[in-house]
Design a protein around this ligand. Structure first.
Ligand code: GAP
Length: 513
């Protein structure tokens, strides 16, 4: 745990030091669980969004985009069930006066047991060496099986109690497990209560006529209410999808994990409208397609796993999370939900407008079923950033900090470095920048010795450094250094464009799907 905490602290401080993420309104001591993306962060975030958009929208003939407003008619949220049921179970500690999510306290307890399993696995892997079979070990080692059964039992009971709104049993579980306030160790808890997560605001100038609104807690509803507009104007045939990216807002009770759980965040969601009865196939298909998208980034298959939901939300007939191994353990990164016809039917009911599709093949109208894929952009950012940050031991007994971002997502693709600030080298370097900047985000850097500049770009996540030296003036060749291998090769200036493109092109990466 201590190691995990240290690693997570490093991630947060590196994100600040290298201009990725800042605390919002920091000069006023910040605002809890609200963050700003800085000069590099904004590029990384945009590249992740573009990577998603390319794969989800532009590579699919039958998926189109949308950019719905954040403000929506308030009845939207009555219809969707958010007014009545978008709650989290909260619990207060009477001594520390700190507020927690009851389910998160229980999940954190389980994460500690899971850390014990990881430890056993690491020990056994060391003992058995190449002969180690992880799957077999997990299913046969008595201690590990016991730990896993304990976790499963706890989570099943919590899921059941929450599903039945049996908040007294959630509290009883916390007491039975002797869960203490993580900050003070006190076990003096209040009862568990429900807390609605939507932020309210007002539309209109005068107090009497102002209308109560909510900031949207998910982007999905903007898609549902536009379903027929898009279907008709785009002449879309089922099955088809509508995708959008945009801000969502939730008044999270506990928001302690940097950009993992924020009060203002961005979602990338796609609603796929299908014929009733075919939703199971599409659900399985989207689960696999989304996992492949993640794997295409090369961040290690072992870092992902599916978590199929036993307890389903009232609108779903199947649901799974893609979990990622964050510095604080496996947690939800993306959700894939088979949402039935719940949302469209609810909007039909509350608006009095038909939201149906006329199926020419079947010669009848119906309310389509929906399979949703929903990923948090900030959470994806954290997955990419935390996974990429490594400390490497070098041969000469030194270390280097390197941010091994997938090159397609890296904010800066190449840094162009004149070896010295004189003899005409800066002019040649500037010329290379002028040429490359049409297609890639590149920077010019002439400050400090070249070794230090390499280290700076390594820590910044820049895949290539291109050095202009005195020989360049004679042979029009430069040294290109690769961030991950530190390998240096001599190449012609005119070949730079193709070399960089090959490594950073979305096509190269998405072809791996
Ligand atoms: N439309 C379905 C929906 O919103 P969700 O599981 O509540 O489902 C989807 O959210 C994704 O949005 C999550 O998997 C997560 O990546 C992201 N997300 C949710 N709440 C978040 C928060 N407070 N901060 C950052 N990301 C969040």
């Amino acid at each position: 745990m201590a190691n995990q905490d240290d690693q997570f602290k490093k991630v947060i401080s590196h994100a600040k030091e290298y201009g990725y993420v800042f605390q919002s309104s920091e000069i006023y001591d910040g605002l809890s669980a609200v963050y700003d993306y800085a000069q590099n962060g904004v590029e990384l975030k945009k590249n992740i969004r573009d990577y998603w958009w390319k794969a989800m929208v532009q590579m699919h003939e039958n998926i189109v985009g949308l950019d719905a407003a954040i403000f929506m008619h308030p009845t939207t949220w009555k219809a969707s069930g958010h007014v009545d049921a978008f709650n989290d179970p909260l619990i207060d500690n009477k001594d520390s006066k700190k507020r927690y999510r009851a389910d998160v306290l229980i999940e954190d307890y389980c994460a500690k047991i899971e850390a014990k399993i990881d430890k056993e696995v690491a020990k056994a892997a060391k003992r058995f060496g190449d002969a180690f079979n992880k799957e077999e070990f997990l299913s046969t080692n008595g201690r590990v099986v016991g730990y896993q059964e304990k976790i499963d039992g706890i989570l099943a009971r919590m899921g059941k109690s929450l599903g039945e709104e049996n908040l007294a049993d959630v509290k009883a579980l916390i007491e039975e497990l002797e869960i203490a306030d993580p900050l003070t160790g006190s076990r003096n808890w209040t009862d568990v209560k429900q807390f609605n997560l939507m932020f309210g605001t007002k539309l209109g100038a005068s107090a009497d006529s102002a209308m109560d609104l909510y900031l949207r807690p998910e982007t999905a509803q903007g898609i549902f209410v536009n379903f027929l507009n898009v279907q008709k104007t785009g002449r879309m045939k089922i099955p088809f999808g509508i995708a959008q990216t945009g801000k969502a807002f939730r008044n999270e009770i506990v928001a302690r994990q940097f950009i993992f759980r924020m009060r203002e965040f961005e979602q990338m969601e796609m609603q796929f409208f299908v014929k009733p009865g075919t939703q199971k196939e599409w659900y399985e298909e989207w689960k696999q397609t989304r996992l492949k998208w993640h794997l295409s980034l090369g961040m290690g298959a072992d870092n992902y796993r599916f978590h199929d939901h036993d307890k389903l939300a009232h609108y779903a007939d199947a649901a799974a999370d893609i979990e990622f191994k964050f510095p604080f353990g496996f947690k939800e990164l993306e959700g894939i939900h088979s949402r039935t016809d719940f949302d469209l039917s609810q909007h039909e009911k509350h608006s009095g407008k038909k939201l149906q599709y006329f199926d020419h093949e079947e010669n009848k109208s119906y309310v389509p079923y929906v399979v949703e894929t929903s990923i948090g952009l900030d959470r994806m950012f954290l997955a990419v950033f935390s996974n990429s940050l490594v400390e490497e031991e070098l041969e000469n007994n030194t270390t280097r900090t390197v941010l091994k971002l997938p090159a397609v997502l890296a904010p800066v693709k190449a840094a162009i470095l004149p070896l010295v600030k004189k003899d005409g080298l800066p002019e040649v370097a500037r010329k290379i920048v002028e040429e490359l900047k049409w297609d890639f985000n590149v920077v010019y850097d002439e400050k400090d010795a070249v070794g230090r500049r390499y280290r700076r770009q390594d820590a910044n996540g820049t895949p290539f450094c291109i050095t202009v030296d005195h020989d360049t003036l004679e042979d029009n060749m430069v040294t290109i250094r690769h961030r991950d291998t530190m390998e240096q090769t001599r190449v012609k200036i005119e070949d730079l464009h193709d070399i960089i493109k090959q490594e950073v092109d979305v096509r190269t990466w998405l072809m791996k799907m």
